[in-house]
Design a binder for this molecule. Structure first.
Ligand SMILES: Nc1ncnc2c1ncn2[C@@H]1O[C@H](COP(=O)(O)OP(=O)(O)OP(=O)(O)O)[C@@H](O)[C@H]1O
Ligand SMILES: [Mg+2]
Length: 177
């Protein structure tokens, strides 16, 4: 008997994912650069990993991909650094590099204006997004980048699509840079 519940798959399809191993800080940066080159306003990257995992190193590559000249200092104390990025056609892509590690209790998230950065006018890279989890911070669409220290100069990067972000995963080349 048809109860009108057909078409739904019993098990939700696994989120698209990709794992890349990096052997140097420079390689982590080049991987970030591949994504940065295709980043658009409205795109969101959430970078996870312990202290020293390489999140900022990756973010520097993203900035390079948007043709932003360095230096790209860690926004650990400022919480956010803003940059005037450009895509390959020369069109503006404003980049917000955010680090929530030092997010305090209370209104910091509001004063930071996180919702404004996520409103679609910015490409946004966020280190330590889990610091805002208590405030219910989960963007509907983002590429999750988890970095794991796997040795003195090696890191494993696991990319996972959330929501409608498969385009961001596809920015990674078939061969690691
Ligand atoms: N393969 C690698 N990829 C990235 N960083 C590496 C790699 N190998 C060694 N490193 C070193 O690890 C450190 C990464 O520092 P980085 O500031 O990027 O970490 P982070 O995840 O942003 O830390 P924090 O949580 O403090 O912001 C750098 O000193 C870098 O030189
Ligand atoms: Mg950092």
């Amino acid at each position: 008997m048809n109860r009108g519940v057909s078409a739904q798959p019993a098990v939700r399809a696994a989120a698209p994912t990709r794992t890349i191993h990096s052997r140097s800080p420079e390689q982590t940066s080049r991987i970030g650069e591949q994504i940065g080159q295709g980043l658009r306003a409205g795109d969101v990257l959430l970078l996870r990993g312990d202290l020293g995992a390489g999140k900022t190193q990756f973010a520097r590559g993203v900035a390079a991909g948007l043709m932003i000249p360095g230096p790209i200092p860690s926004p650990t104390f400022t919480l956010v650094n803003e940059y005037d990025g450009r895509d390959r056609s020369g069109a503006r892509v404003p980049l917000a590099h955010i680090d929530l590690y030092r997010l305090g209790d209370g209104g910091d998230l509001d004063s930071l204006g996180l919702d404004d950065y996520l409103g679609g006018a910015w490409a946004v890279v966020i280190e330590w997004p889990e610091r805002a989890a208590d405030d219910g911070f989960v963007p509907p669409t983002y590429l999750d980048v988890a970095l794991v220290d796997t040795g003195a100069s090696s890191r494993t990067l696991v990319f996972t699509v959330h929501g409608d972000a498969v385009r961001l995963l596809d920015l990674l080349g078939t061969d690691a840079p």
